[in-house]
Unconditional design. Structure first.
Lengths: 294, 590
């Protein structure tokens, strides 16, 4: 078997800037697939609508008042559902009569039941779990460790000659941060050493450290390698990814779906809409932090 | 021990290309212990093992519960497949039992930890019938001081103590038990048979009959170790009774059994040697007169025993080694070892203490320390049970009286010796008659000397092995009385065959006026003395406190022989010849 490049695109859920909020539900998800499987998946059609098109724009049935993001962002739908409570535990296969729910559930179900796209999720809640993951109160470090843990989980189960390319979730940073300004300057002069925005740089470096830590701890023989960074960076180091022409916003929207599945199926003891994990979600793997981090 | 067992990790999601990976875990097993209790219903290993060893009364317990080490860390631990691979674990458990029983060399395998259960299975299958080897190893372990038994199992602990008591310390079997466990019951019968051998003066044929009585009625072959133990004791007893050729035949049987056992289980060889089960190898060589070989055997045992605490076994080795050194002429070294063995025996009130006192007496006698020798022999005599005393001890006390110019006392002791011998059914003790002839010499009673010689003419000629020595002394005495120099030399060849090298010098000097006339013999003696010296030099490397160059060592004697040949005069050897016991009984004390 030849070497395959795998792409993992991540997103977070919960407000990681509020690490010290004891009640916050925090999670990260990585959607992982071979590059060619990403290409095939992006050609899928859901309810007669190509997935690419479906993820380009907000859900068609989302009331205009909730269209805060330009693209497909589940947070907008969540906000809408918060305003019109639909409590209880739902199955993605039985969305009921609400058209928005039907539309969003269909999109989520596409990912949850996808035979090739793997959703890995990790969540934590409360000070005890948080202490296990964070040695600093820096959200970038915490996110890096969470993503690194998921990378570590997956690596042994790729072929040893494979490579996993990882883009953690891109975060919005305050425009006045010096690091952001310097990074913006750097982007105007493209070169491989161009600096990433400060927060992402921190996350990536911890992710690499954490993932490598697990890779080193592996004693079961040869193991796949990995690279991490923003998609633009990953395209520079991996020509198959460059040639695959996978749009950033579509990939990020799928990562958002992954984080949504994690939140809706794992958030404990919260009011609002919850999803039942169906047996058909075969490639969705979600763990509370203590399950993976002894 | 720690075993490497590859356990399976499952992939978290079916879309991942590698669905299973192995992770090398460590399974730590406690030591297996045999116990005389029914196995619990869930234990499926004990029934198999008890069937293989051929005794359903035994089951296996483990000293500690099994524990896993080196399990996969986070984040993979929760994907570890349960249960762990059963076949590998079973192989590891069988491996532990095999190592505990010595089927494979334990030290070598211990170094290889974590062990591979498949490798040990292959190693166990590699050589011959496994069930037979397990059974042989199990029965061997029954006679080891530290077998794989549960410490609080009363019956097994009692058995181990009885083995120590009867075999190592050579005390009588206190009680014949007949437990349900087949091998233990047979073991007690064996110890009983051995105990009985010591109560009579058995012949080789009677010992063979005793062995046949132990055989199972169904014709099944008994494990080798039982023969090693039985025939070892048979040889020991026959030697005690003076039946050297019978002892050699019994030792052949023991050797054959030990060789068969080692062929099946080579890893047991050191334990078999170190346990003194083959102590007789050295003793056999000693009685054969092959002193360098005896020294090599005891040296080997010394290496194996050296690390151990003082014990009956170590004491026995010290005494045996002392005997060899005595014959090699290293009297100071022999005395040190014998005294150390004696101290050990005094501490444990060993029933064979009287024998060691006799040995010590002989060394002191040869050293010319007659007062000490007498005191040792007297204590030996007192320690023997009245009515069961050895005539030999009284004979030595007679010799001592003679050497210290107390002929009347010597005559008394020789009389006492005769009574003691008769009580044991011994009518002709060549050492006693030799003493009587020396006594007659003291009294210048030539007729008595020649009478005694003629009276036992047939017996003298029939004597072999170590008993050619009194025959040679008697012949020398008769040759002087006749006078008949040719008669003096009659036993020289036999003396040399029995390795009595120094002792052969006296008759040679008697029949040849100058060394040149018997050069061929003297060269042969010198050559052999040099070989002895080489063996001693080699042994000194292992046996601390052995000085191979002490006065009287064979090398210097060989040099003096060569010197005597060179000057063609006996003078360089005069001192050696004057001190050679028992030839010196014929000299009038100064």
């Amino acid at each position: 078997m030849g070497m395959s490049d795998w792409l993992a695109v991540g997103d977070e859920t919960g407000n990681w800037d509020e690490l010290n909020n004891p009640g916050a539900f925090l999670g990260v998800a990585l959607v992982v697939a071979r590059i060619e499987d990403w290409q095939t998946a992006l050609a899928d059609v859901v309810d007669g609508q190509p997935i690419r098109e479906r993820l380009q724009a907000p859900p068609r049935h989302l009331p205009p008042a909730y269209r805060k993001s330009g693209g497909h962002h589940l947070l907008d739908a969540f906000n809408c559902w918060k305003a019109q409570p639909s409590e209880g535990t739902w199955s993605l296969a039985e969305p009921g009569g609400d058209p928005l729910r039907q539309e969003v559930f269909a999109t989520l179900r596409w990912l949850a039941e996808h035979p090739r796209l793997i959703t890995l999720g990790l969540w934590l809640k409360g000070p005890a779990m948080r202490r296990e993951l964070f040695l600093s109160s820096d959200p970038a470090v915490a996110l890096g460790r969470a993503y690194g843990l998921l990378v570590g989980l997956a690596l042994p189960f790729l072929n040893p000659q494979d490579r996993l390319l990882v883009q953690p979730g891109l975060r919005t940073e305050s425009a006045h941060l010096l690091a952001k300004q310097r990074a913006s300057l750097a982007r105007s002069q493209p070169n491989p050493d161009a600096r990433l925005p400060g927060d992402l740089r921190g996350t990536v470096s911890v992710l690499v450290e954490e993932g490598q830590h697990h890779r080193n701890a592996w004693r079961g023989g040869a193991i796949a390698g990995f690279e991490a960074g923003a998609l633009d960076h990953l395209r520079r180091v991996c020509s198959p990814l460059r040639k695959a022409e996978l749009e950033n916003n579509i990939l990020n929207a799928i990562a958002d779906l992954g984080a949504g599945l994690l939140r809706l199926s794992c958030q404990p003891g919260e009011g609002g809409l919850r999803l039942r994990r169906d047996a058909t979600w075969r490639n969705v793997v979600c763990h509370a932090l203590p399950e993976l981090h002894a | 021990m720690k075993w490497r067992i590859d356990r399976i990790l499952h992939a978290p999601a079916p879309a991942l290309p590698v669905q299973k990976r192995t992770w090398p875990c460590g399974l730590v097993l406690g030591r297996p212990r045999f116990v005389l209790q029914p196995a619990p219903a869930e234990d499926d290993l004990s029934p198999t093992i008890s069937q293989v060893i051929g005794d359903p009364a035994f089951s296996i317990e483990w000293e500690q519960p099994e524990t896993w080490e080196d399990l996969p860390p986070s984040p993979w631990q929760r994907y570890l497949a349960e249960p762990a691979p059963a076949e590998e674990i079973v192989n590891a458990r069988y491996g532990e039992i095999a190592l505990a029983l010595g089927l494979l060399p334990g030290d070598e395998w211990r170094r290889r930890q974590p062990l591979d259960p498949t490798a040990i299975r292959e190693a166990l299958r590699a050589s011959g019938s496994l069930p037979q080897r397990v059974r042989e190893a199990f029965v061997f372990a029954l006679f080891e001081p530290q077998g794989p038994w549960r410490q609080d199992d009363e019956l097994l602990t009692g058995w181990v103590q009885t083995v120590r008591w009867v075999l190592h310390q050579r005390r009588p079997l206190p009680q014949v038990l007949s437990p349900n466990a087949r091998w233990l019951a047979l073991g007690y019968r064996l110890l009983d048979a051995i105990s009985r051998l010591r109560a009579t003066r058995p012949t080789l044929a009677e010992i063979e009959t005793g062995w046949q009585a132990l055989q199972p009625p169904n014709g099944e072959r008994l494990p080798c170790m039982l023969a090693v133990v039985y025939w070892g004791e048979g040889a020991y007893r026959l030697k005690e009774c003076g039946d050297t050729s019978g002892a050699a035949a019994a030792l052949d049987r023991q050797n054959a059994a030990a060789a068969a056992l080692i062929e099946l289980l080579p890893a047991l060889a050191p334990a078999l040697d170190g346990g003194l089960w083959r102590h007789h190898l050295g003793q056999l060589a000693y009685y054969r007169g092959d002193l360098p070989e005896a020294l090599r055997q005891f040296q080997h045992e010394w290496r194996l025993q050296g690390q151990r605490l003082p014990s009956s076994l170590k004491g026995r080795l010290q005494r045996s080694l002392g005997n060899v050194l005595t014959d090699l002429g290293l009297l100071a070294g022999a005395r040190r070892l014998t005294e150390a063995g004696l101290a050990q025996q005094r501490a444990s009130d060993d029933p064979e203490l009287f024998k060691t006192l006799g040995r010590l007496g002989e060394i002191q006698l040869r050293q010319g320390d007659y007062a000490a020798a007498r005191s040792a022999y007297e204590e030996s005599w007192e320690r023997q049970k009245a009515g069961q005393r050895e005539g030999r001890t009284a004979v030595y006390l007679g010799h001592l009286a003679l050497l210290t110019d107390r002929p009347a006392e010597a005559a008394d002791w020789y009389r006492i010796a005769e009574q003691a011998d008769l009580a044991q059914g011994i009518t002709f003790n060549p050492y006693r008659v030799m003493g009587l002839m020396a006594l007659a010499g003291h009294r210048a009673d030539r007729r008595e000397i020649l009478r005694l010689w003629d009276q036992h003419q047939t017996e003298w000629e029939a004597l072999r092995d170590e008993k050619v020595l009194p025959a040679a002394v008697a012949a020398l005495a008769a040759a002087r009385a006749a006078p008949d120099p040719e008669r003096a030399g009659r036993f020289v060849e036999r003396l040399l065959e029995a390795n009595y090298l120094l002792e052969a010098l006296c008759p040679l000097a008697r029949c040849a006026a100058t060394p040149g006339r018997v050069e061929r013999w003297l060269q042969r003696i010198a050559r052999q003395l040099r070989q002895w010296q080489m063996a001693l030099d080699e042994a000194a490397g292992d046996i601390a406190g052995l000085d191979p160059n002490e006065p009287g060592a064979p090398g210097p004697v060989a040099a003096r022989i060569e010197q005597a040949l060179e000057v063609d005069h006996w003078q360089p050897l005069a001192t050696d010849m004057a001190r050679v016991f028992p030839m010196n009984l014929l000299e009038k004390p100064v």
